[in-house]
Design a protein around this ligand. Sequence first.
Ligand SMILES: CC(=O)SCCNC(=O)CCNC(=O)[C@H](O)C(C)(C)COP(=O)(O)OP(=O)(O)OC[C@H]1O[C@@H](n2cnc3c(N)ncnc32)[C@H](O)[C@@H]1OP(=O)(O)O
Ligand SMILES: O=C([O-])CC(=O)C(=O)O
Length: 384
Amino acid sequence: MVDKTEVSNKAVDKKIGGAGLRGQSAGETALCTVGKSGSGLTYCGYDVSDLADNATFEEVAYLLFNGELPNQTELDHYKTELFAQRDLPQALKEVLQRIPADAHPMDVMRTGCSFLGNLEPENDFTQQNKASNRLLAAFPAIMCYWYKFSHEGVEIDCVTDEDSIGGHFLHLLNGKAPSELHRRVMDVSLILYAEHEFNASTFTARVCASTLSDMFSCITGAIGTLRGPLHGGANEAAMDMIQKFSSPQDAKEQMAGMLERKEKIMGFGHAIYRESDPRNVIIKAWSKKLGAEFGDSSLYDISVACEEFMWDSKKLFCNADFFHASAYHFMGIPTKLFTPIFVCSRLTGWAAHVMEQRSNNRIIRPSADYTGSEPRKVNPIGER
Ligand SMILES: CC(=O)SCCNC(=O)CCNC(=O)[C@H](O)C(C)(C)COP(=O)(O)OP(=O)(O)OC[C@H]1O[C@@H](n2cnc3c(N)ncnc32)[C@H](O)[C@@H]1OP(=O)(O)O
Ligand SMILES: O=C([O-])CC(=O)C(=O)O
């Protein structure tokens, strides 16, 4: 007779692992493919390059939340809904005022998200779209209200008449309407960062969702995960690095030294893509255009030298973050706000994954291979 305990233990013992769970399928999604078809990245079946050329970020947000692109009436309605929710509650402004200027802006985003969840909680899952859209509308103001208050002592008006979220963010940051080029690049950037399957921050959101927690908790956890330099924090780290290089030649020499010292070069490599990140070619082209408009393309030329050097020496390629650094810089965005912009975009992917997890949920709880001590007895404290 088969011993049932033995069978169930065997099931548990089956190793689903490997460092970083690389190559393991950890669930199903209808939202995104990475490294599979088209240019290598699709959202709900649409190639990201097609979306970047022919859609706006709001259309992509709608797509991720609803599974289909909106028609004009649906888009107008959606944008009106988002537009009406841009302002921040006074209590949140007061909290943001208390966060010091030297705080990490990702900590500001985390606190802003969490605190909004106290003021306007998601009481049940019928409110999941409402909560997601509220965060989508409010994130640019959370970032800019804190930044302008803590750095310039200015209490900004959190509402603008900008039509798009990207334009709204740039307007809040600069206190004036952005150029059409900047509006467009910000929109493309938000599209490129919107969704990326089971990346670390999205997986965090899904794990949190799987316990049937609320949307604000899922997003707050995801922000904390995106913060690290191996994930979203790489765009900021890439900027810090390229700013230290005085010329393309200097970049190559210094990078050679970094590789020799076994340092990680931020903005290069990827856990899934093997030869290129499809988002890079898109943001790189916009960075070149912005550099020309900026009137000094040296940062772009240095970035290209870094790209060539890393490919020639290590066969490592730029990921989505690398040319975002120069692109954002050319638009006058302070480096410390780079990763928070990622939050404003990726919120859409996170929230869509939370909704998907909830729609077919089982608590995510893998097992671990034990590597600790053999079973042992507690000695009385005097004998240790
Ligand atoms: C939007 C995003 O989140 S994109 C990712 C942003 N993160 C970064 O840019 C940080 C820099 N990059 C990295 O640290 C890594 O490439 C990651 C975290 C993105 C992926 O990590 P992994 O999946 O473990 O990388 P992978 O298995 O491809 O690494 C292969 C080898 O290349 C090395 N390598 C990978 N990326 C880099 C890099 N940027 N600089 C130097 N060496 C690198 C690894 O150390 C590893 O070497 P080893 O075999 O001697 O240990
Ligand atoms: O997929 C990943 O591991 C990281 C990434 O590129 C993203 O989240 O956009």
